[in-house]
Write a protein that binds this ligand. Structure first.
Ligand code: PXP
Length: 249
């Protein structure tokens, strides 16, 4: 197992709190509060908080983003679709980071990565404006060479690899192939000078092989942690995820 040395920076854990808001919104009240969950996540060792303000506001709301910006002492990563409305919101709040994700109204969660290659002309001004405002921009993409090349040509300093298909694949050759694809993409990111993150669908069973990929610097994990919190509590779930990440590194 590789040792954590000065040349292997500690893998960061970004905790996504969207589904705390999903539970709150099921009853339309104020409980459970995603801001309280974010503060607990920070206390449990999260390095950052991630929240996706969707066009339909199905979980996180505009007010949640304002309150998170006021309450957090760790970085906020705002996941956003590439729309003028979301760009305005990001430029108003100036979170530490913004991750541009594809968004379809009818989807249950973010299905597939952003088409950075096909959407170049649309994305380029958005990436530039976010960067000019001092926001660290990442693009949520599939582990495909042409998407990484496009991210680099767009000037995004960070990419986040979509781990959903790897995490959903049954144990066996297909899962191994998808892990190999993530490894290759992370190596390509390093060659291109892009910081590499990963996320979507990660749980206790799938985190270690991803965390062991040397060039990945940050994992963003949400749904599994919120679900596990029902059984062991949010802090305990986050601490366990942190332990597994450290063991894998
Ligand atoms: N990273 C990105 C870009 C996402 O869109 C999501 C889901 O909102 C996640 C990470 C977290 O995925 P999950 O909730 O499945 O852990």
């Amino acid at each position: 197992m590789e040792k954590v040395t000065k040349s292997t920076p500690r893998l960061r854990l970004g905790v996504n709190i969207d589904h705390v808001a999903t539970v709150r919104n099921a009853r339309g009240g104020i409980h459970p509060d995603p801001v309280r969950a974010a503060l607990q996540a920070a206390a449990a060792g999260a390095d950052g908080i991630t929240a996706h303000l969707r066009e339909d506001r199905r979980h996180i709301t505009d007010d949640d983003i304002a309150r998170l910006m006021g309450a957090l002492s760790i970085p906020l990563n705002l996941e956003m679709a590439a729309t003028p409305e979301m760009l305005d919101i990001a430029l108003r709040h100036k979170p530490h980071a913004a991750c541009i994700v594809p968004e379809k109204r009818a989807e249950r969660t973010t299905e597939g990565g952003l088409d950075a290659a096909g959407g170049h002309n649309h994305l380029a001004p958005m990436v530039r404006q976010l960067k000019d405002a001092g926001i660290r921009v990442s693009l949520f993409i599939e582990a495909e060479k042409r998407q990484l090349d496009a991210a680099e040509s767009l000037g995004a300093p960070v990419i986040e690899l979509h781990t959903g298909s790897y995490c959903e694949a049954p144990v066996g050759p297909e899962r191994d192939r998808l892990l190999g694809r993530l490894r290759e993409a992370a190596a390509q990111a390093e060659r291109l000078g892009l910081e590499c993150h990963a996320g979507h669908g990660i749980g206790f069973d799938t985190v270690k092989p991803i965390a062991a990929i040397p060039n990945i610097r940050e994992l963003n994990i949400g749904h599994f942690l919120v679900g596990e919190a029902i059984f062991v509590g949010f802090e305990a779930a986050i601490r366990r995820m942190r332990e597994l990440m450290d063991e894998a590194q």
